[in-house]
Ligand binder design. Structure first.
Ligand SMILES: *[C@@H]1O[C@H](CO)[C@@H](O)[C@H](O)[C@H]1NC(C)=O
Ligand SMILES: *[C@@H]1O[C@H](CO)[C@@H](O)[C@H](O)[C@H]1NC(C)=O
Ligand SMILES: *[C@@H]1O[C@H](CO)[C@@H](O)[C@H](O)[C@H]1NC(C)=O
Length: 351
């Protein structure tokens, strides 16, 4: 029996460039969270349970205490692999023994059972994706140092097609934030949660922390957050669309400020005068003025060059992962669930 299994294992590994330490899990699964049940207007006996979010989970055999909830803007795929198909943050952090949760907010991905009619209109966005995701200044004009396999057309096809409908409306931001706050408060994703977000997910996670009634949200690391939450006592005018500014009562903003660690991360191809970079600095300042712990990190300033809008999916994403390791350590979020100092079989420290 041993021989064929071993052969199979070796064959499997030879398909990838580098062999990896196997990932040992105790269980995997998923659940719905949040949402509501509505009655049919024509017959209250007929109901629909809808507008929940969906969590898929992967629990390491020897878990650390902190759950990493990977919150996409366009699809869970960005957390699963790099642009070239290498290990994404999901595998990198499972190998580091963190429980990993992949989150689909209400109406997107595997939570598309909506309480209201939804519509999808094809919008021919391949060219605008290219610029929005900061692969380069113009379609197919790559940044010189971009961390993308630029000569691999199949990789580009994978990147631009791996999307869900996003519904970037104010109502949808609120719907997602409420479901994520419910998820955090339920304890079903653990009592130490770090939301890792990309793009439009950043605003939703800030709002989730402002809405949550528990203290289970221990961190937010927002990669290129497009949209910010503000308190209602500083004369910021709320935006009408899905990218903020989103204004909440001061007490709600104080709950966001009490999240033990918040990081707004930007790639080096984002100018300091890009409006959302400026907003991230302003909001980090507001949070810190309330005694919070928010920081803006420009990847170029910590030696990470060529980042796209989705830096955790970039080639050589290990250095972006190292930055997250530092954040988790600095905030005391890297301990093991059973109190162990470290795992003897764990990843070697880089640096
Ligand atoms: C709903 O259910 C109740 C109790 O079974 C029944 O009396 C009522 O007629 C039902 N209503 C409709 C519209 O079917
Ligand atoms: C608040 O903003 C409005 C509109 O920009 C402005 O007219 C008003 O003077 C501001 N108030 C304060 C107290 O800054
Ligand atoms: C940002 O600064 C650059 C040069 O420093 C300038 O060319 C550009 O127009 C500015 N962008 C905005 C949005 O102000």
């Amino acid at each position: 029996m041993l021989r064929p299994l071993l052969a199979l294992a070796l064959t499997g590994h030879s398909a990838t460039a580098t062999p990896h330490k196997p990932i040992t899990l105790s269980s995997t699964g998923g659940f719905q969270t949040g949402g509501r049940t509505i009655s049919a207007p024509f017959n209250p006996n007929l109901t629909l349970s809808c507008d929940h979010g969906y969590m898929e989970y992967f629990l390491p055999a020897h878990p650390r205490k902190t759950s990493l909830v990977m919150w996409h803007s366009s699809s869970t795929q960005v957390w699963q692999n790099t642009w070239s198909g290498g290990p994404g943050f999901k595998d990198l952090f499972l190998r580091r023994d963190y429980p990993v949760y992949l989150w689909d907010g209400p109406r997107v991905g595997r939570a598309n059972w909506a309480c209201e009619p939804t519509a999808y209109t094809p919008a021919y966005t391949d060219t605008s994706n290219f610029v929005a995701w900061n692969f380069g200044p113009r379609y197919k004009q790559w940044w010189d140092d971009v961390r993308f396999p630029t000569d691999d057309d199949a990789a580009w096809a994978q990147a631009t097609s791996a999307r869900y409908v996003e519904y970037d409306t104010r109502a949808n931001v609120e719907l997602h934030a409420r479901a994520a706050a419910t998820a955090a408060d339920s304890g079903r994703a653990g009592r130490h949660i770090v939301y890792l977000t990309n793009s439009a997910g950043g605003l939703r996670a800030q709002l989730a922390a402002a809405l949550a009634s528990s203290t289970n949200i221990k961190g937010i690391v927002a990669y290129e957050s497009i949209g910010y939450v503000y308190p209602d006592n500083i004369n910021v005018t709320a935006g009408k669309g899905g990218f903020g500014p989103y204004v909440v009562p001061v007490e709600a903003f104080e709950r966001l400020a009490r999240v033990p660690g918040i990081q707004f991360v930007w790639g080096d191809h984002r100018a300091e005068n890009y409006s959302f970079v400026a907003e991230s600095r302003r909001v980090a300042g507001l949070i810190n003025r309330l005694g919070g712990n928010a920081r803006v990190v420009k990847l170029g300033e910590v030696g990470v060059r060529g980042a796209t809008h989705i830096p955790f999916a970039d080639l050589h994403n290990e250095d972006v992962a190292d930055l997250l390791d530092g954040f988790l350590e600095d905030n005391g979020l890297d301990g093991y669930a059973d109190g162990d100092e470290d795992d003897e079989g764990g990843e070697e420290e880089v640096e």
